[in-house]
Design a protein around this ligand. Structure first.
Ligand SMILES: [Zn+2]
Ligand SMILES: [Zn+2]
Length: 167
């Protein structure tokens, strides 16, 4: 294969991460709906925006220290399994706490070879619903689809496989 296809300019990784979209699961989606969200798929920035709207709308923040959010007796508290949290706290990780499908967001993973044959580059995108996993080469991905195997990343049914070209 052409080795040049393995070269990914650092700029393109930054762009793809900022465009990364997540599909919140039901409990989080309900909260985002309350805040006025219409979509099913969001960027992380949009999720944080709607969460902010939700916290403001329901006045969950501490009146004195506004970076503290009290969420006991609220669906948000049930979701995060905490009574209160600080929005300043860097350990407050939306990926871990909100049950969102943000998996393996490692740009360097693109540079690793196919997870199955370990030879060819990862250019076979496995599509399931509005999300996809990029962890195999196109021939391996196509083979999985042909034999109706589930996605090796998450076990979902593979709907489609496409070949990716990184320019
Ligand atoms: Zn492969
Ligand atoms: Zn998958």
């Amino acid at each position: 294969f052409c080795r040049c296809s393995l070269f990914i300019p650092p700029d393109s990784i930054a762009i793809s991460l900022s465009l990364l979209q997540v599909q919140p699961k039901a409990p989080l989606l309900q909260i985002l709906r309350v805040a006025g969200a219409q979509e099913d798929v969001f960027t992380l920035k949009e999720v944080m925006h709607y969460l902010g709207q939700y916290i403001m709308g329901k006045q969950l923040y501490d009146k004195q220290r506004q970076h503290i959010v009290h969420c006991q007796d609220d669906p948000l508290g049930e979701l995060l399994e905490v009574e209160s949290f600080s929005v300043k706290n860097p350990r407050y990780s939306i990926q871990e706490n909100l049950g969102m499908e943000v998996e393996d967001v490692r740009p360097e993973a693109l540079l690793e070879p196919c997870k199955l044959c370990r030879v060819r580059p990862r250019n076979g995108n496995i599509i399931h619903g509005p999300t996809a996993h990029l962890l195999t080469c196109f021939p391996c991905a196509r083979r999985l689809h042909k034999f109706q195997a589930p996605c090796p990343g998450c076990g979902k049914i593979i709907q489609k496989v496409i070949k990716i070209f990184i320019l």
